[in-house]
Ligand binder design. Structure first.
Ligand code: GLU
Length: 358
């Protein structure tokens, strides 16, 4: 039996739709029933639901002249209310409120947006409302998009300090062979540090959604570092969510690593436009990368700084060859850092609580 208190459940488009693309009311209804049971067990649940574009596509016929990007925007705008309408009806049968949260990648890059969003989620959960999150597909086009909703779900799980992330699609988990081979079996448990596992992960994608097994595994590796357990399973299997909670399920469990601080959780997911590159010598790189003990980044180990930063900015730390070591929050500005460069006994440029090693 698992003892998770807060879980993020990500539902892929194929879990929510039938093969003809229409919303699968039976499937969604069964998922809502399971979520309600989790709530009754006192578990906080956040849903990350795809399916808006799919629902829109099956609901409305658009003029052929629209380009693909605009089509997607319109489908999602139409489909999102169909989807949320359905969730709202189903949850209200159980006297439970749900709420819509639409987010863009930018909202996670900007710390103010991020904290605003987090506050809202906390308030919703406190008042027993189920947040249902999706990417704001009207605004997010092309390079502004998340890789997929798996990435969004990982961000939400880390932002909210969830204990578990359930990624539900229509595959049973990570297989130990090619999906087309009948002998391939689901791997029950994975230590994300296990390099041999990589060769099993297929980059293939499902027919409607954007995410493949590759991104699912990458997200699970990231959240694992933050102390979150990921489950990859088939959302169309009866009682799958309840079975995962009982730790008796068909699917893949990706084990968590040690717990990281909130600021590290934020940094871990942010491909921030770093203000500067800080080059460190080999000795400092070895010390920082050590798994034995934690260390701060001291000026004595710094050999060069490229770019500029203020106190509180995120800087990228690289080795002499320019290869990434990690990132961290600067305790003082670039002028002071240049003054202290290479010197002994000076205040750490990045304290270890604000340092994230790759
Ligand atoms: N946001 C998209 C939708 O609601 C889904 C993106 C994805 O499949 O990851 O349709």
């Amino acid at each position: 039996m698992n003892s998770y208190k807060k879980v993020v459940v990500k539902l892929g488009t194929n879990v929510l739709t039938r093969t003809n693309g229409a919303l699968d009311i039976t499937s969604i209804s069964h998922i809502v029933d399971q979520i309600v049971q989790l709530k009754q067990q006192g578990i906080e649940v956040i849903l990350v639901s795809s399916g808006a574009v799919g629902a829109g596509r099956s609901a409305i016929q658009l003029s052929k002249s629209l380009n693909k990007i605009v089509q997607r925007q319109v489908y999602s705008a139409v489909g999102q209310i169909h989807l949320l309408n359905l969730y709202n009806n189903l949850f209200s049968n159980h006297q439970i409120f749900c709420a819509q949260v639409l987010a863009t990648k930018e909202d996670f890059r900007d710390r103010t947006h991020y904290l605003n969003m987090k506050n809202c989620f906390q308030a919703l959960l406190r008042d027993n409302v189920i947040p249902i999150v999706n990417e704001n597909d009207v605004i997010s086009v092309n390079e502004l998009m998340f890789t997929d909703n798996d990435e969004l779900a990982g961000l939400i799980a880390s932002m909210m300090n969830a204990d578990a992330l359930l990624i539900l699609s229509t595959v049973d988990g990570i297989l130990d062979g090619h999906p087309d081979k009948p002998t391939s079996k689901t791997i029950a448990e994975i230590d994300p540090d296990d390099k041999a596992i990589q060769e099993f992960i297929m980059p293939s994608k499902s027919s409607f959604g954007r995410g493949g097994m590759h991104t699912k595994f990458n997200i699970s590796k990231k959240v694992s570092k933050l102390g979150i357990t990921t489950f990859i399973a088939n959302g169309k299997r009866p009682n799958i969510i309840l079975d995962i909670m009982k730790d008796d399920f068909v699917g893949t469990k990706i084990l968590p690593k040690k717990v990281a601080s909130n600021i590290k959780k934020w940094m871990a997911f942010n491909e921030l436009e770093e203000k500067a590159l800080v080059y460190i010598n080999e000795g400092a790189a070895t010390v920082l990368s050590s798994t034995e003990k934690v260390s701060s980044l001291l000026p004595i180990g710094i050999i060069k700084i490229e770019g500029t930063f203020k106190k509180g900015d995120i800087i990228k730390i690289v080795n002499e060859a320019g290869e990434p070591i990690g990132m961290g929050v600067a305790q003082y500005n670039v002028e002071k850092a240049l003054e202290y460069l290479g010197q002994n006994g000076k205040k750490a440029l990045v304290h270890y609580d604000y340092l994230l090693i790759e």
